[in-house]
Design a binder for this molecule. Structure first.
Ligand SMILES: Cc1cc2nc3c(=O)[nH]c(=O)nc-3n(C[C@H](O)[C@H](O)[C@H](O)COP(=O)(O)OP(=O)(O)OC[C@H]3O[C@@H](n4cnc5c(N)ncnc54)[C@H](O)[C@@H]3O)c2cc1C
Length: 811
């Protein structure tokens, strides 16, 4: 066994084998994998091993395409061929029009990464899968690449290729401890000796937290028991002359694929069970949980009536094994929050299908610092402090119970609600607030007109359309108040804080005391990594000179890791998170100044407190820090208040607003208004796949600065020119917004992808943002958008059509 290597991957299931192989593909051959037992002896050996191309965003579809192409290549390797039923095709069934709408959107999205799904009607479903009945069925989504693979052969093939490239695999070598050293390198302690290395990767499946605890962290991953059975031979399959397509059924919660001349049928029962919550028997190796088919009778009935042939065949094997889930159902693939040189590839619930792609994206992150796709949807840092064991289990159960039911726009399911609240949450609920969830925070979406107001789940504009319109109208004419909780906020102090931030931002961000600026952070490839406001708060009785760094609600762990990883050992900089201590009340509208003036004793005139100012003050008697910034495009103030004083500040504002027609507004109104202003959202429109010039952020880059992170790459990217350009579009329809991921066509070719879309109430237009081919990114440029299966005209317009001169904000 080596005593020193570059990377140690812990765990020899599909996650570990794929990571090891892809590290060698990215050029690192001095890498090893350690496995406590034999390869695939965790979950992988008994997987149903379906390999679908379906996903709900382009990153997921793209990584699954990578798996499929890789598995095909492995299957066709004459030296070590493996069994892969590739391209049997698969159907996701639907019995509601809304499900079909979703499938149409996902088809539009997948076309942008060269994947062709097809939405078919019930008769066509039955034609392609002759064993199913069309009762209570209206259609489905056809995935032509669907298939299944032999999991053990797949892992052996990956390990074999990795070994040929120089990697080493140590079986029967349990990792017993991990030590991190002062220079951020590691020692991996195993039963057979120690291995020093630069980087460790946790790929330990359901034992993820045994290894996580060795490095002092806990991952929000929980295991569920999951069962399938294998049937005897079914004559109709034997005699069909072709393989049966796969089925996934959100109506009755099961899946089904051909196995020899019978079927493999797997269940997602409502009466489901978590597994291993209180520790896992060390001898649970190549093992299964006890069968319990009684538990799945509800689901079985649905499967039997959809496929009557199932009733006439015997069951010869039942498999019940642990499968891992995270809080939002997507895995955790990337850097471990709060740790250096530590990565994970865990929480895989469809690891056979996805594992090839996840290992590929992880290896790119390890070797190059970033992957070819923006990987936020699988980034381990996307959940922050609330992601504990109990919440994870609740969400895992809910997700398991809804396995094939995708989330609709604005859908937030009931499990684990109120994970993060402020003292105002119950107050706003009593005022009729409907809440959305942002990184666990309950944030007001809009104020319901009545208690029984429940818009239907839909990809179209829903019944809240006019409610949101009224909130915006009042804000535009009078004034509105909105709680924005969970906004990320770091307090940065120390004599080197200004120079440190200057190095982190690609542009010139104001250092003047009492002023606020906006800046962008790039990675070493010159792509946009983050966005933050910087407020320079002068010394006062509340503290010394300090900078408040504000960024998106979910970015706390991401931004903290990014900033601290760039701090030099000699730099005098302290970064403290205030994210959970302070909440923002946004006061916006032409009468905002009058409201503020009547509850806060200070000169709030335009001259004394112009746009982009920051000042400490009191709202009533509640201490607050007010910034003159606006996401709505109206005159607006962000009022930052410690949570202990939040209710008091709210009451003072409510009282002051009474004479000015002040009403509450929510996140949906904000979303619409920010699009009218041309403002971007981190991880919707701001992605690591694009540089600031492509994203239309040229004015925030200063290539004349002496240095900043990503400068060299920025210079060469600028010289090379853009591959895509960010545009604002006017969509020629009124029934549905363009959703992120939808494809844009020109001359019959896909030439771009939507990132955000919403109705602009103040400009009366259906607005969208997109990245498109640069030659087409001209004002007046015309496209066709595939919007839920309809082809609709879209025209490039000037960005920020509402008050382009910024007169209202500055008023
Ligand atoms: C019944 C069932 C059906 C499924 N069907 C499908 C399907 O159709 N399609 C699909 O894509 N997915 C399916 N899955 C999910 C899929 O099987 C898993 O996502 C995948 O196998 C997880 O792989 P992994 O490498 O993350 O974990 P594992 O396979 O569990 O591998 C983790 C490895 O880490 C090792 N390890 C743990 N601790 C240590 C330590 N201290 N030191 C060294 N090594 C250690 C373990 O021994 C193990 O080999 C199914 C799962 C189940 C249970």
């Amino acid at each position: 066994m080596k005593s020193r290597t570059k990377v140690v991957v812990i765990g020899g299931g599909i996650a570990g084998c794929s990571t090891l192989y892809h590290l060698t593909r990215e050029g690192w051959s001095d890498v090893v994998l350690v496995e406590r037992n034999e390869l695939t002896s965790g979950t992988t050996w008994h997987s149903a091993a379906q390999v679908t191309n379906f996903g709900m965003n382009q990153t997921m579809v793209g990584l699954k395409t990578h798996s499929i192409n890789l598995y095909k290549e492995l299957a066709e390797d004459p030296e070590y061929p493996i069994n892969y039923h590739h391209g049997d095709g698969g159907i996701r069934l639907a019995n509601t029009e809304e499900q079909l709408q979703g499938y149409r959107h996902f088809s539009s999205m997948a076309r942008g990464v060269d994947v062709d799904f097809e939405v078919i009607d019930a008769a066509e479903c039955a034609r392609r899968h002759p064993l199913i009945s069309t009762e209570n069925l209206i259609g489905g989504l056809w995935d032509p690449m669907d298939g299944d693979i032999d999991p053990a052969q797949l892992c052996q093939a990956l390990a074999r290729r990795a070994r040929h490239a120089g990697a080493e695999v140590y079986r029967n070598t349990p990792v017993t401890a991990l030590t991190q050293h002062g220079d951020d390198t590691w020692t991996v302690h195993t039963e057979h000796g120690d291995i020093d290395c630069d980087i460790v990767v946790n790929a330990c499946g359901y034992r993820v937290n045994e290894v996580a605890s060795m490095m002092g962290v806990h991952h929000p991953v929980a295991s569920m028991e999951h069962q399938y059975f294998l049937t005897e031979e079914i004559p109709a399959i034997r005699d069909a002359g072709h393989r049966m397509p796969l089925l996934r059924c959100p109506i009755s919660d099961y899946y089904c694929r051909q196995e020899k001349n019978g079927l493999l049928v797997g269940f997602y029962e409502q009466d489901c069970r978590t597994w291993g919550m209180d520790g896992i028997d060390p001898d649970f190796v190549n093992a299964l949980c006890p069968d319990d088919l009684d538990r799945v009778t509800d689901v079985l009935e649905g499967a039997f009536s959809r496929m009557p042939a199932l009733m006439e065949t015997g069951i010869h094997t039942v498999i019940n094994g642990p499968i891992t889930y995270t809080i939002d159902g997507a895995p955790l693939v990337g850097p471990i929050p709060g740790k250096r040189n530590a990565f994970c590839i865990i929480g895989l619930r469809a690891g056979l299908g996805e594992g090839g792609g996840h290992g590929w994206l992880l290896a790119q992150q390890i070797v190059h610092g970033e992957a070819c796709y923006d990987t936020w949807c699988i980034d381990p840092r996307r959940f922050t402090g609330h992601a504990n064991v109990e919440l994870t289990a609740l969400k895992a159960i809910e997700d398991y119970q809804n396995e094939f039911r995708f989330h609709f726009p604005h859908e937030h399911r009931p499990a684990g609600r109120s994970a993060k609240t402020t003292p105002l949450t119950p107050v706003l609920a009593a005022r009729g607030a409907e809440f959305t969830v942002v990184n666990g925070w309950e944030r007001v979406d809009y104020i319901k007109p009545s208690d029984d107001f429940h818009p239907r789940l839909s990809f179209h504009f829903d019944e809240a359309f006019d409610v949101v319109g009224d909130e915006i109208k009042n804000l535009q004419e009078n004034v509105g108040l909105c709680e924005v909780n969970g906004f990320n906020r770091f307090e940065i102090t120390g004599s080197d804080a200004p120079s440190f931030l200057d190095r982190m931002f690609c542009g010139t961000v104001t250092k003047r005391a009492g002023r606020v600026g906006l800046g962008y952070l790039l990675n070493h490839h010159g792509m946009v990594k983050g966005e933050a406001t910087v407020a320079n708060i002068p010394a006062s009785d509340r503290g010394t000179d300090r900078i408040w760094y504000g960024s998106a609600a979910a970015s706390e762990f991401h931004d903290m890791d990014w900033l601290t990883s760039h701090l030099g050992p000699e730099e005098d900089v302290q970064i403290k998170s205030l994210t959970n201590d302070q909440t923002i009340l946004v006061l916006a509208g032409p009468k905002a100044r009058a409201v503020l003036s009547s509850c806060s004793r200070a000169d709030w005139s335009r001259e004394a407190f112009p746009w982009l100012s920051v000042r400490e003050c009191f709202i009533g008697f509640a201490p607050a820090t007010v910034m003159g910034v606006s996401f709505s495009g109206e005159l607006a103030y962000e009022i930052h208040v410690p949570n202990a004083s939040l209710y008091a500040a709210y009451l003072a504002l409510e009282e002051a607003g009474r004479d000015h027609g002040m009403k509450l507004f929510g996140a949906r109104a904000v979303e619409s208004m920010r699009m009218e202003k041309g403002f971007l959202h981190w991880k919707a429109d701001i992605l690591t796949e694009f540089d600031p010039f492509e994203t239309g952020l040229d004015r925030f880059v200063n290539l004349n600065k002496s240095d900043f992170v990503g400068k060299a790459a920025s210079q060469s990217r600028r010289a090379d020119g853009p591959t895509r350009k960010f545009v604002t579009l006017d969509i020629d329809c009124t029934h549905a917004p363009a959703r992120g991921g939808a494809s844009l066509m020109h001359d019959g070719r896909v030439v771009g992808t939507i990132t955000s879309g919403d109705w602009g109430y103040r400009v009366g237009r259906n607005l969208a943002y997109a990245f498109v081919e640069p030659d087409l990114a001209v004002i007046g440029g015309e496209f066709t958008i595939d919007l839920l299966g309809d082809l609709i005209a879209a025209t490039v317009i000037e960005p920020g059509p509402y008050d382009p001169g910024f007169e209202k904000i500055r008023s």
